[in-house]
Design a protein. Structure first.
Length: 320
């Protein structure tokens, strides 16, 4: 088995069994194990799920209403407010501090979901043209309303971009060849902003689940990828919670999902309640649960940046 970065086989060792977040996902992520290249400090699953399975999963399942990590209702009025979440405002501060957006005319959002970050950037820099490739059926309507031009496939892209943004998408791919494609669609001196999970040994110690990640990066592995693809960092940072805190929140999220789905016989009752209960009461209850379990003040206070013990890494690359 070869490393997906350096292609060496002798450096690849078994690391761990693959742990599912949601048991029913086994139909998409069955029989996986995690391997690590000790030279690149890069980990990946094997055997990789088929493209057919992954395409279906990300088109129909991943952002389904009521499913972590999004916990959305599927209602546009709710979803369109998410661009103002703290994490997106944090991205905006980071990028607007380090990038001169007067020189950025167009922006390609890879795996952008609902396009929250691109939309927020356009709010601040109205001249930006927004592009993406997103096939998730739950996202297309919102992307259209936010004036994204959505290419069906990467191969359909017929323009060059000043900047690419990609947050929490690279870890869901089956290899690192996307960086070749980024090079092909970037203008000279074009920029790539990314954020992904930070996956050294501390990441794997005590983590409750791995899904739906397929690739596990570190600072060392990202430096190797940048060098291979003739890019260099203009900034590299650590972000988000500590590993221990993030693992705790993952367990809380997993337990909440189990609790909500443990009593199937209650589903008809819940449907009836939704029909007869005023919508504002349903919204009050949902907002309370989200604030209690997912968006607590404690989480905001524990969110730290650039200590080296953070569960995410982010950076800005420039094409040489």
């Amino acid at each position: 088995m070869k490393c997906l970065i350096c292609e060496k086989a002798e450096a690849v060792k078994f690391l761990d069994e693959y742990k599912l977040e949601i048991k029913t996902d086994i139909k998409f992520f069955s029989g996986l194990k995690i391997y690590k290249c000790e030279d690149c400090d890069f980990s990946f699953v094997s055997p990789m799920p088929t493209n057919e399975k992954l395409n279906y999963f990300y088109k129909h399942v991943y952002r389904a209403p009521g499913r972590p990590p999004y916990w959305t209702t599927g209602n546009y009025e709710d979803l369109k407010k998410h661009y103002l979440e703290d994490k997106n405002l944090n991205y905006l501060l980071y990028l607007s501090t380090l990038v001169d957006f007067s020189k950025i005319k167009n922006l390609y959002d890879f795996g952008g979901g609902y396009g929250d970050l691109g939309y927020l950037l356009k709010k601040k820099f109205p001249h930006l043209e927004l592009f993406c490739t997103e096939n998730d059926e739950n996202c297309k309507n919102i992307l259209n309303k936010r004036s994204y031009k959505n290419f069906e496939k990467l191969e359909d892209i017929n323009t060059k971009f000043d900047m690419i943004i990609t947050t929490h998408s690279l870890e869901h791919l089956t290899d690192t060849s996307i960086f070749f494609k980024f090079n092909n669609i970037l203008k000279p001196n074009g920029l790539v902003f990314f954020e992904i999970p930070n996956c050294p040994k501390e990441y794997f110690n005590g983590i409750p689940y791995d899904s739906t990640l397929l690739l596990f990066y570190t600072r060392k592995s990202m430096n190797k990828i940048a060098k291979i693809h003739n890019m260099e960092f203009i900034n590299f940072s650590y972000s988000s919670y500590s590993f221990d805190t993030d693992h705790r929140y993952q367990r809380e999220s997993q337990n909440l999902y189990k609790k909500q789905n443990s009593s199937k016989f209650l589903f008809p009752v819940k449907k009836l309640i939704k029909k007869i209960m005023p919508s504002f009461l349903i919204n009050l209850r949902r907002n309370y649960l989200e604030s209690k379990n997912l968006l607590s003040e404690e989480r905001s206070n524990l969110f730290v940046n650039n200590t080296g013990n953070n569960c995410y890494i982010r950076g800005i690359l420039i094409k040489k």
